[in-house]
Design a protein around this ligand. Structure first.
Ligand SMILES: Cc1cc2nc3c(=O)[nH]c(=O)nc-3n(C[C@H](O)[C@H](O)[C@H](O)COP(=O)(O)OP(=O)(O)OC[C@H]3O[C@@H](n4cnc5c(N)ncnc54)[C@H](O)[C@@H]3O)c2cc1C
Length: 390
């Protein structure tokens, strides 16, 4: 594994060769995995192992945890490349390279040794477990714990949880029974095999095929108090605090990467396909769609990078910019994939045409790290505090 930041300095030439290596991986072996995932409808364990061995799961974490310590803005260049691949590959890379951030800020040294470093090294899998079937995402959560001595007893339901069946721990957000809002929320590392936890694999999804998602039911599942990150009342800070901004920016860059792949496929197709004696690439209607897509992608990329630089600089505007970049990038992805599919004509609607999969995978991005409605709510809250009353 190349070490980019062991000495604290960023080495441009080893980063350039890492980018080249990842580009080749995405265009070559990752496409072979993609075909296998689509055919088998599951992500083979060997793929996880390959990504771990290649060091792709420890790109963003600091060297002290066994990561490569790539600065966030530069790491996003790699996210863009991985996002041109199968959505399940992008999902693994994005999640594992990000989850340590949520835990790290609140973990004790002992918890860092038990959870953070092993997660970065790919020795354990941790599933981010927030969404509930009977509550809104965030302060509305209903999963609750009752404390008895050194143990919490967890009851309630979660769903749509990525890696929820195959993980070792759920990084789960609940509340102390009887509390409301953000007050009394807790972040817990819950053992996947805790008694009282029922795990059901969810049915097949429209896109991001092969990635497992779980529905979870807890009935007084015991969780050691020692597995709580932070204190009671800090649960939502772990879930949404300093972690959410970089994660949203990373999802926004994932939209840029997937849109770039759609654009690439549309350009290739337009150069090949001939109708009425001319290539599609010679038709103004098609050339305009391609020009619009390229412009749309570049504009989103620059906003995402701006948000990332502001976050790295500790700017107070970073949270709002992360929502703006996610909103902009996901709408861009919707437009770009729609036009890219249109350029393919009817065959694009059928498998195994690559654009068919890209189009389906793109739809999932509208939910990850918050919907457009939630991003707009966050932006408006910054612009119009307290409802904007004069
Ligand atoms: C592929 C995929 C993977 C996922 N992985 C995970 C995971 O690993 N862990 C996890 O915890 N979750 C995961 N999720 C869940 C995801 O985070 C949620 O789907 C998303 O946050 C939306 O929440 P919801 O589904 O509960 O929608 P709801 O909250 O039920 O919202 C339904 C609709 O109403 C709108 N809406 C809701 N509340 C408001 C409001 N207050 N004002 C205006 N509009 C509103 C929403 O924008 C949406 O359009 C995943 C989802 C998908 C699709």
């Amino acid at each position: 594994m190349k070490q980019l930041d062991r000495a604290g300095a960023f080495d441009e030439s080893s980063f350039a060769s890492l980018k080249e290596e990842i580009s080749e991986y995405v265009a070559g072996p990752a496409e072979v995995w993609a075909r296998r995932i689509e055919a088998e409808r599951r992500v083979p364990a060997e793929l996880w192992e390959e990504l771990r061995r290649r060091g792709y799961l420890s790109l963003a974490a600091p060297a002290v945890y066994g990561g490569r310590g790539i600065p966030f803005t530069r790491y996003l260049e790699l996210v863009e490349l991985f996002s041109m691949s199968h959505a399940s590959i992008r999902m693994i890379v994005h999640v594992v390279n990000g989850t340590w951030r949520a835990m790290d800020r609140f973990a004790t040294p002992e918890q860092r040794a038990r959870f953070v470093a092993p997660s970065v090294k790919g020795e354990i899998k941790i599933a981010f477990t927030l969404t509930e079937p009977t509550a809104g995402t965030g302060a509305d959560l209903r999963c609750s714990v009752v404390r008895e001595n050194d143990t919490y007893y967890l009851s309630g339901e979660k769903h749509l949880i990525t890696f929820g069946t195959i993980c070792d721990y759920w990084l789960l957000f609940a509340r102390v029974a009887g509390t409301r809002g953000a007050q009394g929320t807790v972040a817990l590392l819950v053992d996947r095999h805790a008694p009282g936890a029922t795990v059901v694999a969810m049915d097949e999804s429209m896109g991001v095929r092969g990635t497992d998602h779980a529905r979870l039911v807890f009935d007084r599942a015991p969780v050691p108090v020692a597995n709580r990150l932070g204190i009671e009342g800090e649960g939502l800070d772990v879930a949404l605090g300093g972690f959410l901004t970089p994660s949203r920016i990373s999802v926004a860059m994932s939209c840029v990467g997937l849109a770039r792949r759609a654009h690439e496929l549309a350009v290739e197709y337009a150069k090949k396909r001939e109708t009425f004696g001319k290539k599609l690439a010679q038709r103004q209607a098609i050339r305009f769609m391609i020009a619009e897509n390229a412009t749309d992608i570049e504009a989103a990329r620059q906003l995402v990078l701006h948000a990332a630089r502001e976050w790295e600089a500790g700017s107070p505007a970073a949270a709002m910019l992360s929502s703006m970049s996610k909103l902009q990038a996901v709408d861009m992805l919707t437009r770009v994939t729609d036009k890219a599919l249109q350029i393919h004509g009817g065959v694009g609607f059928w498998q195994p045409n690559a654009i068919e999969r890209v189009y389906r995978d793109a739809r999932a991005q509208r939910f990850e790290e918050g919907t457009n409605e939630i991003q707009k709510t966050v932006i408006a809250r910054e612009l119009l505090p307290a409802g904007g009353d004069a």
